[in-house]
Ligand binder design. Structure first.
Ligand SMILES: NC(=[NH2+])NCCC[C@H](N)C(=O)O
Length: 403
């Protein structure tokens, strides 16, 4: 099985999704901020919306893999099960007494049930230790609303926890505490699931912070990496060194983005919809700048040029006269609303064909005017975690653009 991705727009063959489940039902007004959701989603409607998203992909010939299915298969591998169990038990929040109780609880779960707990977490009352203080001091003092194992509601955004460049997978290094455990799951899948046997890694979760939403494969050999709230300059430099060493790219554009929630990843302000066209948030399109990083010779440090305007630097690196820009929204207010609602965050199924949220009416009209076909999906509930079709998908196979 060859997995291969060298662009944002080559015909999509296989994608990794996560169907949201009981982990979303853990969100309350008390914890939604720290769990990085802006509202409390209606779970069954979010699932319907997600099923429609997956259906739209399948209808267009895309193979959809679900993270929970891969995780369940992976947990049937003894080493993977031991490793993943050890990782949740290692949390210093537990203490030895509670740790032993949780370990006993997990031992009896079959792979599917264990996958369920790893994703949805374990609430205080679910452990059912009775009133005899068998959980020890930590369990006794734990708030009834707290989790013994925290849920992973942002697993929905599979874009961030792993990424593919060429034939290699990168397991990323997530910046926010609420998401860090996600990569224990993606890492175990890629290292132990038979489908990925022999796959080489381009990035590891113990390296400097880097999230998939910040990485755009502008063209074969050319990457853009956003640095801001999530990916650090050190993460971008580390990725550059690793892709250069592996011969996966010759140029990396490092793009500083505002360190705020509305622009947490580069793909919240810019996605590609054709080999030479980007959909961009107009309020930043012409102010965004980029540093061009190219491989040093003979193991020297990479060379850094710039800054230059992002659109100019990108066109040069991609060997184009210019990059076509399609705006999110028409006026600044509509643009700001639609950017917030992930109008920019489209998933290309092929050049000039992409999936986007139906609610971003102006952005979608702009796409149509530019000759881009849009497959609209509903996202009123899915969007409450601040992510669109690109964030909710991790491409594993795209038809190569490289000649
Ligand atoms: N690639 C993306 N834009 N991902 C969106 C992730 C949203 C998620 N709630 C977070 O804050 O991490």
């Amino acid at each position: 099985m060859t997995h291969y991705v060298d662009s944002e727009v080559g015909r999509l063959g296989t994608v990794l999704l996560h169907r949201p489940g009981p982990e979303l039902a853990r969100l309350t007004p008390r914890n939604n901020d720290s769990l990085l959701f802006d509202a409390i989603p209606w779970v069954s409607r979010a699932q319907e919306e997600h099923d429609a998203f997956a259906g739209a992909l399948r209808e267009r010939g895309v193979e959809v893999l679900y993270l929970t299915d891969l995780l369940t298969d992976t947990l049937a591998v003894a080493d993977a099960r031991a490793e993943l169990t050890e990782q949740v038990l290692a949390s210093p929040r537990l203490g030895d007494t509670l740790r032993a109780r949780v370990a006993a609880h997990l031992t009896y779960l079959d792979p599917a049930a264990l996958a369920g707990v790893l994703v949805a977490g374990l609430a205080h009352e679910e452990l059912r230790l009775g009133g005899d203080r068998r959980g020890g001091l930590v369990y006794t003092l734990m708030d009834r609303h707290d989790f013994v194992i925290a849920p992973l509601p942002n697993l929905l955004f599979t874009r961030d926890s792993s990424l593919w460049i060429g034939t290699r997978v990168g397991v990323t290094s997530l910046a926010m505490p609420a998401r860090r455990r996600e990569t224990t799951l993606t890492d175990a899948i890629y290292r132990h699931h038979p489908r990925f046997a022999g796959t080489e890694f381009v990035y590891r979760p113990d390296l400097e912070h880097l999230e998939g939403g910040d990485v755009l494969l502008l063209a074969p050999g050319v990457l853009a990496v956003g640095v801001g709230e999530r990916t650090t300059p050190a993460g971008a430099e580390r990725l550059a060194r690793r892709v250069f060493a592996a011969g996966l790219a010759h140029t990396i554009l490092v793009v500083p983005i505002a360190q705020e929630r509305a622009t947490m990843h580069l793909d919240t302000v810019c996605t590609m919809v054709d080999v030479d066209a980007v959909l961009m948030y107009p309020n930043v399109a012409h102010t965004l700048s980029a540093y061009t990083v190219i491989a040093g010779t003979d193991g020297d440090d990479p060379r850094v040029d710039g800054p230059a305007p992002f659109l100019r630097a990108a066109a040069d690196a991609m060997d184009l006269d210019q990059l076509r820009v399609i705006d999110t929204g028409l006026d600044p207010v509509t643009a700001e609303r639609e950017q917030w609602d992930d109008g920019n965050n489209t998933l290309a199924l092929a050049p000039r064909l992409c999936v986007g949220y139906e609610r971003n009416v102006e952005t979608n009209a702009q796409l149509e005017r530019a000759g881009i076909e849009l497959v609209p999906i509903a996202g009123s509930e899915l969007g409450s975690g601040r992510g669109g079709p690109r964030c909710m998908s991790c491409p594993l196979v795209r038809a190569p653009l490289r000649g």
